[in-house]
Design a protein around this ligand. Sequence first.
Ligand code: AMP
Length: 304
Amino acid sequence: MSVLVVGSLALDTIETPFGSVEETLGGSAVYISTAASYFFSPVRIVGVVGGDFPKGGMALLEEKNVDLEGLEIIPEGKTFRWSGRYHYDLNERDTLSTELNVFETFDPKVPEKYRKSRIVCLGNIDPVLQRRVLDQVDNPRIVICDTMNYWIERKNSDLLDTLKQINILILNDSEARLLSREPNLIKAAKVIRAMGPGAVIIKKGEHGALLLTENMVFSAPAYPMENIFDPTGAGDSFAGGLVGWLARTDDMSEENLKRSVIYGSTLASFCVEEFGVDGLKDLTYLQIQDRFRSFRELSRFDED
Ligand code: AMP
């Protein structure tokens, strides 16, 4: 197996009801590759940063054995920046600013050695860039894509073009409603599946996630958490856990897809326990397995 991840590498400024951080390490590619690295390595990354990208960020990716050959560094450029504020209901987030910076002129180049990657994970970036990456990969076995309201609203027709080439789309409930123009999530998934992806995963924050294919609806519980400090990156950690598990097992059956959704939820639950990427930095495989098992207990019951 081989995994290619494309996405943002960012400096995030985050406010939650519990505190705030400025210009901390973030970005979809950082969360996805860090989460996936607990299952599979090396994860290959395609992205861009400016000369101001912190050494600590590079060190974390190196420590997780992420392959950085596809990471472009523009010494005179500024790294992508994003800033957001969460409400008391942590499912509600206002984006305060998005500065694309080096992403504005980014033309992704997939290194020769990455072109035969079997799993491609398109993190949340401009759908035009997502497609340019896909154009440079030879016949991947599975393409997983994440997106967000920013692109659904601003680059709708480009996103629709990208979706034609996707096997699994991951998005949250409000994004699913926005993309499909359908309030009911089961109907929304049908509408989205007709756009291309054979499987749709709809994340519902603290209420778990739904996996919908032609033949099944699987409802994954959310881990009941008392301490959620910062939901930033939960969605990307989810994608990373899911992709990492699929790469580790090389099994794309529906049963294994269900397991991958629970591994995704497991990594997301660790992510939100601390600010930024801190919750993902120092996990062990044993800790991940323990939490995975407790997910199973959450919704297991006897018939009589
Ligand atoms: P999540 O909380 O999983 O939706 O992801 C949050 C991460 O997405 C943050 O680390 C941001 O840097 C990154 N992000 C936010 N908006 C964008 C965007 N428009 N394009 C690319 N990455 C973004």
